[in-house]
Design a protein around this ligand. Structure first.
Ligand code: ATP
Ligand code: MG
Ligand code: MG
Length: 456
């Protein structure tokens, strides 16, 4: 893609904006751009320079992204709303054309990298809560104050923030000394995060080893050192507004990455802020378990269409939850969840009818009787059970976490809690000592992780 209309080739040390920014190293890239760690000679700080492809449609997309990012920055002078900050923008002319450039606040690694780094094992709930707080703060701001829908929330688009200053601590920050700032005296707090975490964990493991050696001499066995990010105050910010839109000025019918896509988007019956809330809930579960929530196990040889069908039915069954079992659907115990048959007709299910009626794509998923096409039987695993049985959560942790999440997985978009409501939820505001056992059983949980049997 390094040709006319495509990416701009950058070398270390290249100057931008008449020498104000000096490229240091590549941070990442996407369909639209490459992103470079750069040194801002004016503010004596590191920044992320997003250099867009030059062809008309990419330039157009950049204009749009800059418009949204400017509104975001204008409405948040203290930069406290957990959204990436646009610092500057300009155009850069190179051999492949004229490239719109965005100068962004320099952030750390994505939550996807953090999940991978943690070997897909899930983070402590206290850490999940910290990240949820940041994401919800950002969403509340975008939705309620600005009228913006992000439309592509996923772990890749949430980046960590830390307090490492690469100028003072280039090794910990992941900057090799060779790439250190050319001059000046930067004092801004910037980051590359995984390195910091690695070092702290290493130190912790060493301490635990010493402690366990001491214990083995004293007789009391010490608990196995757990994989935790203790002492690291995790914060994150939302990035990538290339697909974002104003709620009252939407562009695309099909939004979101499939695993984070809300049912009203699948059926194309119109969407709003609540579509972001759906994706948020998917991210929260993924952070806690280390695995994507909605990933039907389609075999090889499934077409894209079939994958979409399994995905959709996966989501549907998650939402039917126990009400489906109580409706006399036949259930048989299985090692992982229960096998249940689809209720007939599916479209009588409350909430689903609502979004299916106006859905441009409803006919692709439902037959004329209102039954789900193709899929007849699924395995059903309510979220709280899934958390306990598969991911070994304590009963109380699982119950409380799923009470927080389940309303976000409502079919009816307008019934989903808003970001503001989520921020006020007891789960968000509880302390981190989570062993308090509550007596009441909540069997109303309508979430599950399912295995799909596609009836071909
Ligand atoms: P996409 O195809 O996802 O739309 P894009 O071309 O719009 O990609 P971004 O997603 O904005 O580009 O950025 C690409 C990558 O660059 C990110 O995944 C991330 O790794 C890195 N990156 C982006 N912004 C920053 C930032 N502010 N600080 C540090 N790294 C960043
Ligand atoms: Mg992206
Ligand atoms: Mg983008």
């Amino acid at each position: 893609s390094y040709r006319k209309g495509g990416y701009h080739a950058v070398r270390m040390g290249d100057p931008f904006a008449a020498g104000r920014y000096i490229a240091q190293r590549k941070l990442g890239w996407g369909q639209f751009s490459t992103v470079w760690l750069s040194y801002d000679t004016r503010s004596a700080n590191y920044v992320a320079l997003k250099i867009q492809k030059s062809a008309a449609q990419f330039a157009q997309a950049a204009v749009h992204e800059i418009e949204l990012l400017s509104a975001i920055a204008d409405g948040d002078p203290s930069n406290s709303k957990s959204v990436v900050r646009l610092i500057d923008h300009f155009k850069h002319t190179g051999p492949n054309g004229q490239h719109p450039c965005m100068v962004l606040e320099f952030l750390g690694d994505s939550l996807l990298r953090l999940i991978k780094y943690n070997r897909y094992k899930g983070l402590d709930l206290s850490k999940v809560r910290e990240m949820c707080k940041c994401i919800l703060t950002a969403l509340d701001y975008l939705h309620r104050e600005l009228g913006i829908i992000h439309t592509d929330l996923k772990p890749e688009n949430v980046l960590l923030v830390s307090t490492i200053n690469p100028a003072k601590d280039p090794v910990r920050s992941g900057l090799s000394p060779a790439l250190e700032r050319p001059e000046g005296n930067p004092n801004g707090a910037v980051t590359v995060n995984i390195n910091e975490i690695k070092l702290k964990r290493k130190a912790k493991r060493a301490l635990a080893k010493i402690a366990s050696r001491r214990d083995s001499m004293g007789g009391v066995p010490s608990p196995k050192p757990e994989r935790s990010l203790d002492g690291i105050n995790l914060q994150c910010k939302i990035v990538d507004f290339g697909n974002a839109c104003w709620a009252d000025k939407q562009f695309a019918e099909e939004i979101q990455t499939r695993q984070y896509r809300a049912p009203e988007v699948i059926l194309q019956s119109g969407y709003s802020y609540s579509a972001d809330m759906w994706s948020f809930a998917c991210i929260a579960v993924e952070l806690a378990t280390g695995e994507m929530l909605f990933t039907p196990k389609g075999g090889q040889g499934f077409s894209e269409d079939e994958v979409c069908h399994s995905y959709f039915s996966f989501v549907l069954f998650s939402l039917l939850g126990s009400s489906c079992l109580n409706d006399g659907a036949s259930g048989e115990d299985a090692s992982e969840g229960k096998v249940i048959h689809t209720p007939k007709p599916m479209l009588e299910v409350e909430g689903l009818k609502l979004i299916a009626i106006g859905g441009a794509r409803s006919k692709d998923y439902f037959d004329r009787h209102g039954d789900l096409k193709r899929i007849r039987r699924l395995k059903f695993w309510p979220l709280d059970r899934l958390l306990v049985e598969k991911y070994k959560f304590s009963e109380s942790d699982a119950r409380e976490f799923s009470e927080f999440l389940c309303p976000l997985f409502d079919f009816a978009p307008e019934k989903r809690p808003t970001a503001q409501q989520c921020l006020q939820h007891p789960w968000m505001n509880r302390g981190n000592s989570s062993q308090k056992e509550s007596v009441e059983e909540n069997l109303d949980v309508g979430m599950s992780n399912l295995r799909i049997n596609v009836a071909k």
